[in-house]
Design a protein around this ligand. Structure first.
Ligand code: PAF
Length: 287
């Protein structure tokens, strides 16, 4: 595995891979690698000849009161995990290289940013899209891999790729979960053992919503949201930010659930903010 911090070195390494005919797959991350990231790398490994992973804790996507400083940065463990996961090129840019002084242009997320995570975290998606666009230009992959867990991020990146004509195919990989259903997230590391137990209310609520639709044919979004809130509310220490049901393309709220609709939850457990979602379908195992 090549470990690279310099942008010119990255471009040279990718040129060399292209020259020998390799297809390029890209897994962008903020590090603190866990099974979810490694799942993306594993899917990439099967699809392309050269897997590029970036690790960059992107300051643009954190609000002033958010956890940019506290965000875990276990560099040695990340290098070892990327190596073990079959990554060919690990790109670790510095903030100065990514955002030289005098930076004036950013990508706006438009009205897809106005609800759910966009409403809770103003400016977050503009920061995500700006860094992802930059990384797409630097890596110029054939395929990029993202996790379903950040479903609004996926929706916005899909829209950016379409609207700005990036010649990149996107592969969305199902959420990887612990045995009790909790979605893997770098932020799970913030949870105390007691909070970790309480956090399982999130997949439990999504499971209840999915089961009500599948087994009892409940399609009324209001009823399903109320059910999700009831399950979350039964667990002390879980503060609900939103429980919503939306269509999959723009994540606009729906009143009746159909196959492909998405249930989304955001909560706070202690000081930790957790998000998760499930797609209403008949087949997948669910959370
Ligand atoms: O999903 C993430 O880890 C980040 O939002 C991403 C896509 C790497 C951009 O910083």
């Amino acid at each position: 595995m090549e470990s690279i911090t310099d942008i010119d070195d990255l471009r040279a390494a990718i040129r060399a891979r292209r020259a020998r005919g390799d297809s390029i797959g890209f897994v962008p991350t903020m590090g603190a690698l866990h099974g979810g990231h490694m799942g993306l790398a594993a899917v990439a490994r099967q699809r392309v000849a050269c897997v590029v992973m970036s690790i960059f804790v992107n300051p643009l996507q954190f609000g002033p009161a958010e956890d940019f400083d506290a965000y875990p940065r276990p560099r040695d463990a990340d290098v070892a995990a990327a190596h073990a996961g079959g990554v060919d090129i690990l790109f670790f840019p510095t903030a100065d290289a990514m955002y030289p002084a005098g930076r004036a242009v950013a990508i706006s997320a438009g009205d897809l940013d106005s609800r759910w995570e966009g409403a809770a975290r103003p400016g977050h998606f503009s920061g995500v899209l700006t860094v992802v666009a930059k990384l797409f230009h630097l890596v110029a992959p054939d395929v990029a891999f993202f996790g379903q867990k950040d479903i609004q991020q996926v929706t916005l990146i899909r829209a950016m790729v379409r609207d700005l004509d990036f010649p990149i195919a996107l592969v969305i990989v199902p959420t990887v979960r612990d045995a009790d259903g909790l979605a893997l997230s770098s932020r799970n590391a913030y949870l105390s053992p007691e909070e970790r137990r309480a956090a399982v209310a999130v997949p439990r609520a999504l499971r209840a919503m999915l089961a009500a639709w599948r087994a009892r044919g409940v399609t009324d979004a209001g009823m399903l949201e109320a059910l999700g809130r009831e399950v979350l509310g039964a667990t002390p220490g879980v503060a609900i930010e939103y429980v919503g049901v939306a269509e999959p393309d723009r994540l606009e709220p729906v009143s009746a659930v159909a196959s492909g609709s998405v249930a989304m939850i955001a909560v706070r457990v202690g000081r930790t903010r957790l998000i998760d979602n499930v797609i209403f379908d008949r087949e997948t195992r669910g959370p």
